[in-house]
Design a protein around this ligand. Structure first.
Ligand code: SAM
Length: 196
């Protein structure tokens, strides 16, 4: 992650609870899926302020983030099943095939190198391990124009408003298991993949 993005999230951690309010209902759906899966070792990349940690009901979780301020906020929501580390998702320090599940919630359009991130996710997932991506995805409808118009502003806010998952070559190393849309405009989605 670039120093600028890191410094942005360090400052932004104070306001993040406001953003969080809008993401709550999507996260409930994400965690309903996660909690229905067998026990296992789960990695969450870019945990943010950790306000969702209470939604993890059974898995052993390692949560990482590059922002020290976000991690400090996340520590307040921690419990005995969650371990937090300051680490970059684009260069994970874990051994190959360590995790059963990886969660990317509103992170893939934020990191500097999504290709590198997905390659790292593939490396640390066990064979047939599952990847959860919750994010906005630029749709092939009128919302795509809004994403385009918002591009410069989104750069300043350190995320990509225009985001197409099929443009990341490394996604081909995963099989799509489930595709869930949120809301009528289908702008936010939960995509569940399995490592090939
Ligand atoms: C938009 S917030 C999402 C937080 C949380 N996952 C959520 O859904 O509310 C993005 C988070 O990703 C972190 N982040 C950005 N780039 C990262 C990277 N390369 N590795 C790990 N975390 C990163 C930021 O510091 C920030 O906390």
């Amino acid at each position: 992650m670039s120093k600028q993005t890191d410094s942005f999230y360090n400052k932004f951690s104070f306001f993040y609870p406001l953003v969080d309010v809008f993401l709550k209902s999507q996260k409930k759906v994400l965690f309903a899926h996660i909690n229905s899966l067998p026990d296992g070792h789960l990695l969450e990349i870019g945990v943010g302020n950790g306000s969702h940690f209470g939604l993890y009901k059974k898995h052993r979780v390692i949560g990482i983030d590059t922002s020290a301020a976000m991690l400090n906020a996340a520590r307040k929501h921690c419990n005995e099943r969650i371990q937090l580390l300051e680490m970059n998702g684009e260069s994970l320090l874990f051994e190959d095939e360590k995790f059963d599940y990886v969660v990317l919630s509103h992170v893939i359009a934020v990191v500097d190198h999504p290709e590198q991130l997905l390659n790292q996710v593939w490396r640390v997932l066990k064979p047939h391990g599952q990847l959860f991506i919750l994010n906005h995805f630029t749709p092939p409808n009128w919302l795509g124009y809004i994403d385009g118009a918002f591009q410069q502003v989104s750069k300043m806010l350190h995320f990509r408003s225009v985001f197409h998952i099929h443009q990341i070559a490394a996604i081909k190393n995963f099989t799509l298991l489930k595709h869930l849309n949120f809301g009528a405009a289908s702008y936010f989605k939960l995509l569940i993949y399995q490592k090939r």
